[in-house]
Ligand binder design. Structure first.
Ligand code: NAD
Length: 495
């Protein structure tokens, strides 16, 4: 589609910021709202319901009733499967509209909203739908005078609290396994990107998910989010977001009903390129493509690049040659690969880190400035710092923007030690032609995912999550069912 046509569609798009509770759109009980601004051009996309604890109470009652009467949990897995597959089909049917909402709401290029966000969301819903009627329970190998059944049951009411960087995908990673397992779900999208979540709730209803089973509450984290985390009748919380708020979620779970609390948090992933890297061009492509994808707003972005000193100049020459390809453009132009930073606050954070890099002595080789100011939106040029030291702020803290820190090493053991000297442990990578070195390094790196000679390993079949302060949960794969199900043992005496 042409850029002009996308803009026309954007201008004509109807956005509904009301919450979705018990199958109906409604404003917050207090009637409070907040304005939702687009990072693309700064325009006001409209009012959104500012849900608070009384709205949370309403949604929890609806979700609990729906769970208790078995309208969803009581269906055969094959019946839930059919509905989830229809849900996935409808996501694709409304793909253009969802992609447009995603791009306008959080600034990512329409090209990726369509090809990545919409497709991954549909794929995730379909995969968990397909999986649920193929999982068997267990019978324990006990003695002959009894039978011990080990069964999985849905936990009940699940609250999913998600961030703004992949609003639909992060929601799908939680709601798809939780719904497939038979739970009722309350989704709280980020206040920065609530629109696709709200539209997904309507689509779910159209697909046949009964009213009350899937509710969406937009609002601020310290209001709607905290009310969910503290609620005495929410059984489980699936949280994706910052490490700072993840810690609060665990505290709130402990302070209230000890709900199961799963956290998927921040990262500062290390990408180690050895001099014997089998394909330097591929390593450069992956390092640069992965840090600037989604404007650098990816939890698993390889933001710390360790390059062996003997190849660093060559590596940087190739990397700098790629920079023009990543200049921010109009997110509604299908050729744009880097869009807008989500909002003015995040822009300020990113620019603050760039200033810190400069003042701490790192060498700015590219970018470092805000661009496209005339657009009214928030854009940052792809930024690359060389001569970064592990002690610098830009090497230690998650920036969540298009900023790459380059460090060098001469001994792989030093690179591994520095890579692990981080409070995060989400992902890592090593590039080497030496198989033993690859395996030893992969084993030594303290991260939930380690890539060897690539950085784009990604599939719904494998778990995604971190070590250390990158969180305790795993999204994706069959392992996600562990988060949203209880394990029950039933002893039966055989007389
Ligand atoms: P955030 O922690 O500020 O917010 C995440 C969600 O929590 C939002 O919905 C927010 O409204 C809510 N929230 C905020 N304060 C709350 C509170 N007091 N109580 C309850 N809920 C509250 O994070 P963000 O800025 O939206 O997202 C960026 C972060 O998410 C980054 O750190 C990134 O690495 C992380 N992330 C992690 C993964 C992963 O899978 N590990 C994936 C995507 C993003």
């Amino acid at each position: 589609m042409t850029t002009t046509l996308w803009h026309e569609r954007a201008a004509a798009l109807k956005m509904d910021g009301r919450a979705f509770i018990d199958g109906q759109r409604r404003w917050a009980k207090s009637a409070q709202q907040f304005d939702n601004f687009s990072p693309v051009d700064g325009r006001n996309l409209g009012a959104v319901a500012r849900c608070q604890s009384d709205d949370v109470d309403l949604a929890v009652v609806a979700a609990r009733c729906a769970f208790d009467d078995g309208r969803w949990a009581g269906l055969a897995p094959a019946a839930r499967k059919r509905v989830l597959i229809k849900f996935a089909d409808l996501v694709l049917k409304y793909g253009d509209e969802l992609a447009l909402l995603e791009t306008l709401d959080m600034g990512k290029p329409i090209k990726y909203s369509l090809s990545v966000d919409v497709n991954s969301t549909a794929n995730c819903l379909r995969w968990y739908g397909e999986a649920i009627d193929k999982i068997y329970d267990e019978i324990a190998p006990t003695g002959s005078d009894s039978l011990a059944l080990i069964t999985r049951e849905p936990v009940g009411v699940v609250a999913a609290i998600v961030p703004w960087n992949y609003p639909m995908i992060m929601a799908a990673w939680k709601i798809a396994p939780a719904l497939a397992a038979g739970n009722s779900v309350i989704l709280k999208p980020s206040e920065k990107s609530p629109l696709t979540a709200l539209r997904l709730a309507e689509i779910a209803l159209e697909a046949g998910i009964p009213a009350g089973v899937f509710n969406v509450l937009p609002g601020y984290g310290h209001e709607a989010g905290a009310a969910l985390a503290l609620h005495m009748d929410v059984d489980c919380i699936g949280f994706t977001g910052s490490t700072k708020i993840g810690k609060q979620i665990l505290q709130m779970a402990g302070q209230s009903n000890l709900k199961r609390a799963w956290t998927e948090l921040g990262g500062k992933s290390a990408n180690i390129v050895c001099a014997d890297c089998p394909d330097l061009d591929a390593a450069v492509d992956a390092a640069i493509g992965s840090i600037y994808f989604n404007q650098g707003e990816s939890c698993n972005a390889p933001s710390r690049l360790f390059v062996e000193a003997s190849i660093k100049d060559k590596f940087l020459e190739k990397a700098l040659a790629m920079m023009p390809n990543f200049q921010p453009g109009d997110p509604l132009d299908e050729t744009t690969v880097m869009g807008a930073i989500v909002d003015a606050t995040q822009l300020k954070t990113v620019m603050g880190y760039i200033e810190a890099g400069k003042s701490e002595g790192a060498k700015l080789l590219s970018g470092g400035e805000q661009v496209k100011l005339e657009s009214g939106g928030y854009y940052v040029a792809p930024t690359l710092f060389d001569q970064v030291d592990s002690g610098m702020k830009i090497a230690r803290e998650e920036i969540f923007g298009p900023v790459l820190s380059v460090l060098s090493f001469t001994d792989i053991n030093d690179a591994i030690r520095e890579a692990n000297a981080s409070s995060f442990g989400l992902q890592a990578a090593v590039w080497t032609a030496d198989l033993s070195r690859a395996i030893k390094t992969a084993r030594a790196l303290r991260a939930g995912t380690v890539h060897v000679n690539q950085y784009d390993g990604d599939d719904i079949t494998v778990p995604f999550g971190g070590y250390k302060q990158s969180g305790n949960g795993r999204d994706k794969s069959l392992h996600a069912f562990d988060k949203y199900t209880e394990l029950k043992t039933t002893w039966i005496r055989i007389s």
